[in-house]
Design a binder for this molecule. Sequence first.
Ligand code: MG
Length: 257
Amino acid sequence: MVTIKSKREIEIMKEACKLTAQTHEVLKEAIRPGISTLELDKIAEDFIRKNGGIPAQKGYPSGIKGVPNFPGTICASINDEVIHGIPSKRVILHEGDIIKIDLVVLKNGFHGDAARTYIVGKPNSEEDQKLVEVTKQAFFEGIKYATKGNRVGDISNAIYEYVTRNGFSILKEFQGHGIGRQMHEDPGVPNYGKPGKGMRLEPGMTIAVEPMVIAGKPDIFELDDGWTIVSDDGSNTAHYENTILITEKEPEILTLG
Ligand code: MG
């Protein structure tokens, strides 16, 4: 179901989104060679709870028999892992690793959702650097079309065209989404699609736009943990996401600084 938020609801939701952004800032400072993704997870959980939020991904149901609910506050995905990596004390960051952190904060009944990709220390290659930059820019290319009267497909197409024009692949099996009182609401926001198609955007809609990009071929598979999604060819990946608000004019990015 699509929910159009009132001014009052948006004000409350902005608090959750602000805490999401602040948590990312704290994590950015903590990322260094030698730290484990479980340590990063603990830093995020402590910060969120200290500031009146709840880590919304923690305990998220897998929906698959035999696969435990998601155990982490953050999804921490390294190199060929695109999304849904499980924080672990055995996963230690090394110089040149590409780490994706995705996190959702619930506060006062509303969610904020954002993902960032960082290279630990110096990049291993110019291509790695370009991958991270193109993925971030793809978000901004997409939301140029996130305006009243446009359609979801306009955003999707802009993201797809920008990423593929730069020589990378879009992961198609997962997508952005409406967000509000629920972590996942309608509409789905794919990272590929036809301009002029899909749901029409209206002021008061809040959506998470999130390009997921693979340096090599677009194929993926799921690890035996039932969560982690990795590139099939082992190539590196990136992810960038913000929660945005559709307004009468330009979209407002709710999970940035
Ligand atoms: Mg997310």
